[in-house]
Design a binder for this molecule. Structure first.
Ligand code: NAI
Ligand code: A1CAB
Length: 271
């Protein structure tokens, strides 16, 4: 089995809300046995115990992996008693936005291998993308194990510098929310043009999903794919004239949107 060491020594989740449970489902589907998993969470979802996962039970002394998936604001409450696992044998993976490797090192000690990862919610259906970077103690073996675990929930990219994490968080970490809002806005605009809410939502969802799948699989760039839709002097050209307006269209709005999210990530890391 791919996760033999994890199955033998255990996998601990500190926090198992939206992100933690999306990841855990991927790992269980990928072959991690539920009895090798410990979850610590003050409000655990009922499916965890039903699946045979140990919930709020005493933790193993040196699990193979500890996933930290609590809100950044909860970190100082969640971390202190994990320091005993910081001797080097346990790999820590954090998905928390804006919590630096240095912060974890302060709590867990300088011997702990720690990987900072930024997934996104399409992880729940195995279609996420996660960016990751490790501290000095995280060797190739640790990075490979983290990458293998994270591949259970989608694509993985390795970063070159921790500073990139703020921009990644603003783009792909928060990104699904922007796309969901685009679906909401397209639906509302369809309703404004006379469609029923139900029909407009169906058209918007499948259009976004289909365009995303085409952008992902096609050899052409998104710019060429956009041009393929745009007949000279046709309907798309009329629509794009609004959307692509450099003063008040999507380009400056997206710069502000991702910029604000990245800046919030920087703020969180300053504490
Ligand atoms: N939701 C998202 O799209 C993404 C979230 N993240 C990161 O994942 C982390 C978790 O976010 P979500 O899952 O969305 O939040 P959530 O609120 O759904 O989950 C957090 C969980 O932590 C638990 N918790 C609170 N205090 C705790 C403690 N002291 N010990 C153990 N568990 C505790 C809560 O009961 C809750 O179940 C955050 O740090 C966030 O930055 C990262 C990428 C994407
Ligand atoms: O909103 C947040 O802070 C988290 C991090 C990326 C997505 N959700």
């Amino acid at each position: 089995m791919e996760f033999e060491d994890v199955a033998r020594r255990g996998l601990v989740l500190i926090g198992c809300g939206k992100m933690g449970s999306a990841m855990l489902r991927g790992w269980i589907d990928g072959g991690v046995p539920p009895e090798a998993v410990w979850v610590r969470d003050p409000s655990p979802a009922p499916w965890l115990s039903e699946a045979g996962i140990r919930v709020n039970a005493p933790l193993p002394e040196t699990p193979a992996v500890v996933l930290i998936a609590v809100k950044p604001q909860m970190m100082t409450e969640a971390l202190p008693d994990l320091a005993a696992m910081g001797g080097g044998a346990t790999l820590f993976i954090s998905v928390a936005a804006g919590t630096s490797l240095a912060t974890f090192e302060r709590h867990l000690g300088s011997k702990a291998p720690i990987i900072r990862a930024m997934p996104n919610t399409p992880a729940a259906i195995g279609q996420g993308i996660t960016a990751m970077i490790g501290n000095d103690r995280a060797g190739e073996g640790h990075l490979d194990l983290a990458e293998k675990l994270l591949r259970a929930i989608g694509e993985v990219v390795r970063l070159e510098a921790e500073e990139q994490m703020d921009a990644v968080t603003g783009l792909s970490g928060s990104g699904p929310a922007y796309v969901f809002h685009m679906i909401e806005c397209m639906t509302a605009a369809g309703v404004a043009q006379g469609l029923s809410e139900e029909l407009a939502l169906e058209l918007a969802k499948i259009t976004v999903a289909g365009a995303g799948a085409l952008a992902r699989s096609a050899e052409e760039s998104p710019a060429i794919l956009r041009e393929n839709v745009t007949s000279p002097n046709g309907t798309t050209q009329a629509g794009l004239k609004q959307l692509m307006n450099k003063e008040n269209g999507l380009p400056p709005l997206m710069i502000r949107t991702i910029g604000a999210a990245a800046e919030r990530s920087r703020e969180l890391s300053r504490g």
